[in-house]
Design a protein around this ligand. Structure first.
Ligand code: KMH
Ligand code: ZN
Length: 308
């Protein structure tokens, strides 16, 4: 059984400050929680930025540069920068932080979808910041755009001279076919790293049948040329992670994808989720990968080749 890579997604662009006091909403919180998550066992840190003025998701490269050097100085974890940090802007702007930082990894969303969290809005009567309610409620009208042209642009720009390895975010089975098409066109090099994103409204539901279906489809399309991981967004985070690891996959946790540590109980930090996932994995006989073991499995360029 190969070692299990734990990714921790620290803050993302789904949740808003009202939803949890633990959600990192500025560079200091992102730095502290990312370092603690790495110390708890996360080999990969999937990072978004926030605007410190109001906690809103940010794709400003300057906001990323406030925490990237500090995280690099304190951990040997692999830094993965999101190229999906805004649900409403084009790919050029979304890529800008990664172009500036040239990290070892970036996310790459493998298709367009109505990425929606609008049902969450009804859970809150008051909001900490003005932007939050419209942001969450209005997501029912959002098309998160990731066309073939967008994907090719990211592949060329970041996969080229920057030698970035992608976390291919696949929200439904069709996205695996999109990836296969791009791979056949020569846009990516094996081994590819698939992230099955399950449980986002607009994508495939988070359950074990669908996980097996995604894995079987990936086996048919990519043979032994890929590594894979799973996000069970929301309540399925720990359960799908545990099952994925038993199937030979890797796992992603973090407050980006779930604010909870168990049903109805908010998580106090990203590190708490990493620690819980690690405990489950070790209990069931999996061994977690160190950052260098993850680098070798995924074929990364190395932490000395980043620009921060
Ligand atoms: N929040 C995840 C469901 C990205 O950063 O590019 C998807 C994600 C997208 O992580
Ligand atoms: Zn993300």
């Amino acid at each position: 059984m190969p070692k299990t890579i734990v990714t921790c997604a620290i803050t993302g662009a789904i949740h808003t400050p009202t939803m949890s006091d633990a959600l990192p909403i500025n560079s200091d919180m992102i730095t502290e929680q990312a370092i603690a998550a790495a110390q708890a066992g996360a080999a990969i840190l999937h990072l978004h930025a926030r605007n410190p003025a109001n906690g809103a998701p940010s794709i400003d490269p300057a906001h990323f540069m406030e925490f990237l050097p500090r995280i690099k100085a304190e951990t040997d974890a692999i830094v993965n920068i999101s190229t999906g940090g805004s649900l409403s802007t084009g790919i050029e702007e979304r890529m800008a932080p990664a172009v500036a930082a040239s990290p070892e990894m970036c996310s790459l969303n493998m298709g367009s979808l109505n990425f929606s969290m609008h049902p969450l809005a009804d859970r809150y009567e008051t909001w900490k910041y003005d932007w939050e309610e419209a942001y969450v409620r209005g997501s029912d009208g959002n098309i998160f755009r990731n066309t073939f042209a967008d994907i090719a642009k990211v592949a060329q720009t970041l996969g080229g001279d920057h030698r970035v390895k992608f976390e291919h975010e696949c929200y439904d089975v069709g996205h695996l076919y999109n990836l296969k098409f791009c791979l056949d066109q020569g846009q990516f090099k094996a081994p590819i790293f698939l992230q099955f994103v399950m449980g986002i409204l607009g994508g495939i539901a988070a359950n074990i049948d669908n996980l097996v279906f995604m894995k079987q489809t990936a086996d048919r399309l990519f043979g032994d040329q890929y590594q894979w991981s799973v996000i069970g967004a929301g309540a399925q985070q720990m359960k799908l992670g545990a099952v994925a690891a038993q199937m030979g996959g890797h796992v992603r946790v973090g407050l980006e994808d779930s604010l909870f540590i168990e049903r109805g109980v908010l998580s106090t930090s990203n590190a708490q989720q990493v620690t819980k996932m690690r405990g489950i994995l070790e209990e069931q006989g999996n061994t977690i990968a160190t950052p260098d073991e993850a680098r070798a499995l995924l074929g990364l360029k190395g932490a000395d080749r980043v620009a921060f």
